[in-house]
Design a binder for this molecule. Structure first.
Ligand SMILES: *Cc1c(COP(=O)(O)O)cnc(C)c1O
Length: 348
């Protein structure tokens, strides 16, 4: 006998992780290319001895540090093992069997998987010109809708929605529907163009903002993410975390990383300059590249996407293809980006 699996899971594609090929330029996973922050490396060296104990389940020191960082009370923050776990926690807090979860598509590939795991029904709203179509997402809201993901900037297209559009959207969504603004790439976005949803909706009980240490804070391997929201929501979201999911070294590293804001900003600026250089060059070569507010660029190559990514791989550059749609290329170190641009020129 084979155990019976939920039908809603069977048809779903698995999460595709970027390949780690020694010697290749790893431009598939939107990681920070500059390595651990210096203070994080120093802190990690001193914390491994405590690993035989369970971690602080409440992530108390980290939550306090985040509260100070954002200038909010500690009861407005919930932490998880990466913001992917926090996405799941939010879903488990509000979604029951058959409830609907809306998100743009294509967007973060974890949304449909986590929605299915939570027992919800995914409602994918097609992007318009590679950008979230907030009007169409609003039109998709029904009495069964419990949660809407707004990925801003959007992964994998890098495009963002502005403050006015987002404000209008949130004002029109019913108060009992949770709006989750996923700001995983916040540090790479131009604050004049892309709103900070913490500033915009800090007091609104049905808006939660997701942030992560995996991208600009260069901690993808230690798994720390968090959300900011109203205390009554945060209290419930904390209950849906897998107990002890954030390891002690991850908590310590995240606290140390928060103390390195100057270096984080410096690195993010460098990545933004490289991103804009890649975008200009790719457009010069005739590629259609939407303006990115994140640490990657999107090439909407349609049917050529898989072949293009294969050719890059053969040339020693790992990218992330979405077959039939496009290829996402993470902004790496300058020489890695040059390797990619050389290939892009040859493949034109
Ligand atoms: C990378 C990413 C995350 C962060 O994932 P972690 O679990 O924190 O590593 C969240 N949302 C989006 C849209 C992302 O691209």
């Amino acid at each position: 006998m084979v155990p019976r699996i939920r039908p809603s899971l069977i048809g779903l594609p698995s999460y595709v992780a970027g390949r780690k090929i020694p010697g290749a330029a790893l431009l598939a996973s939107n990681e920070c290319p500059y390595g651990l922050l210096p203070a994080v490396a120093a802190r990690l060296a001193g914390t491994t001895a405590a690993a035989f104990r369970y971690p602080d389940m409440t992530c108390g020191a980290l939550v306090d540090a985040l509260a100070a960082h954002h200038g909010v009370a500690a009861d407005r923050i919930a932490v998880g093992a990466g913001s992917t776990e926090v996405c799941g926690q939010l879903l488990h807090a509000v979604v029951g069997p058959g409830d609907e979860v809306i998100f743009g598509w294509r967007s973060f590939e974890a949304y449909p998987l986590l929605t299915a795991v939570a027992g919800g029904t995914a409602v994918r709203v097609p992007l318009r010109r590679d950008t979230l179509d907030l009007d169409a997402m609003l039109a998709a809201v029904t009495p069964r809708t419990r949660l809407v993901f707004v990925c801003n900037p959007n992964n994998p297209t890098g495009t963002a929605v502005g403050a006015d559009d987002l404000r209008r959207f949130v004002a029109a969504v019913p108060d009992d529907v949770l709006v989750v603004v996923d700001e995983a790439y916040r540090e790479y976005a131009d604050p004049a163009l892309v709103p900070d949803a913490v500033d915009l909706f800090g007091e609104r009980p049905n808006v939660v903002v997701l942030r992560t240490f995996s991208k600009a804070y260069a901690l993808a391997g230690l798994r720390v993410g968090y959300c900011l929201g109203a205390p009554e929501v945060i209290r419930q979201v904390r209950k849906t975390q897998t107990p002890f999911s954030v390891a002690t070294i991850a908590q310590e590293a995240a606290v140390a990383a928060l103390g390195e804001v100057v270096e984080v900003t410096r690195r993010a600026r460098r990545t933004v300059a490289e991103r804009d250089r890649m975008t200009s060059r790719l457009r010069e070569l005739g590629y259609d590249v939407p303006s990115s507010q994140a640490n990657f660029v999107w090439l909407p190559l349609g049917p050529d996407s898989a072949g293009f990514a294969d050719q890059c791989l053969a040339g020693g550059v790992v990218t992330r293809p979405f077959p039939g749609e496009g290829v996402r290329v993470t902004v790496g170190l300058a020489d890695e980006n040059d390797r990619f641009l050389d290939l892009a020129e040859k493949l034109r």
